[in-house]
Design a protein around this ligand. Structure first.
Ligand code: KIV
Ligand code: NA
Length: 262
């Protein structure tokens, strides 16, 4: 999947599917399902590293996981997420760090923020690095929001988010993630833009949807936001399998003759 193909989905009225992955094993499974794009999200800080939020994730960690996914991916568009403080301090930081993600195999990068990040998006796009924007409830700003709260319910904030979306499009972003905003606002933004919007907690009118893989699969249940739909219950399956293994070993039933060499 190329950037132009990704964008064509919008003009053709075809919905886009995006999920996160952090390693080769899940990348192959996601690809077999025909998912359009894989985001190596900094959500790995929470679901892989066990941190409370994404703030502590480093550039080195993102490079490692992006490399694993990029090596395994053959069809899906691979998007590397820019971690906190890899792009906020300066345009130069942003360019260099985006370039590193591309060098380990990402086809595009994603960063959080709207108008304030437009110059970064423009600089990257100018040197051939496709950028996906991300606005609404942007987790790297959790300290400012005072928690993971829906954004854009108040009129001023909704107006700001619309301006953010337009600024990102004008700066050259190839798409924008809309996170945890009212469905009506996401519908309005999606109608105003010619680039695709990818929603997470942003209602059904976006051009595509993204979910964190382990949420979608029912593997991660420390907290499950309203916008998550678990399409499987793999944690339940894993627990059942592990308990059965333990029981069979303790009872001397595993390994049986079938699993033994003679
Ligand atoms: O890090 C991540 O997984 C994300 C998606 C939820 C959009 O940014
Ligand atoms: Na992220």
């Amino acid at each position: 999947m190329t950037i132009p193909e990704f964008q064509q989905h919008k003009s053709q009225g075809k919905k886009l599917t995006v999920v996160t992955a952090y390693d080769a094993l899940f990348t192959r499974i996601v690809e077999q399902a025909g998912i359009n794009a894989i985001l190596v999200g900094d959500s790995l800080g929470v679901v892989v590293q066990g941190q409370a939020n994404t703030i502590s994730v480093t550039m080195e960690e993102m490079l490692y996981h992006t490399g694993l996914v990029a090596r395994a991916a053959q069809q899906a568009l691979v998007i590397g997420d820019m971690p906190f403080m890899s792009y906020q301090a300066s345009k130069e930081d942003a360019l260099r760090n985006a370039g590193r993600l591309i060098q380990v195999g990402a086809q595009a990068v994603k960063l959080e923020g709207g108008q304030a990040m437009a110059d970064r998006v423009e600089a990257m796009t100018a040197v051939g690095i496709p950028v996906m924007g991300h606005i609404g409830m942007t987790p790297q700003s959790v300290n400012q929001y005072g928690g993971y709260k829906v954004q854009g319910k108040a009129k001023d904030r909704a107006t700001e988010l619309m301006a953010d979306a337009k600024a990102l499009e004008a700066a050259g972003a190839f798409g924008i993630v809309l996170e945890a905003i009212p469905a009506a606002l996401a519908k309005g933004i999606t109608a105003e833009l010619s680039i695709p919007t990818i929603g997470i907690g942003a209602g059904p009118h976006c051009d595509g949807q993204v979910l964190v893989l382990y949420d979608l699969l029912g593997l991660f249940d420390d907290f499950v936001p309203k916008f998550v739909k678990p399409y499987a219950h793999l944690k339940t399956d894993a627990l059942q399998a592990l308990r059965q293994f333990k029981e069979e070993v303790e009872l001397g039933r595993f390994p049986s003759d079938a699993e033994s060499y003679h």
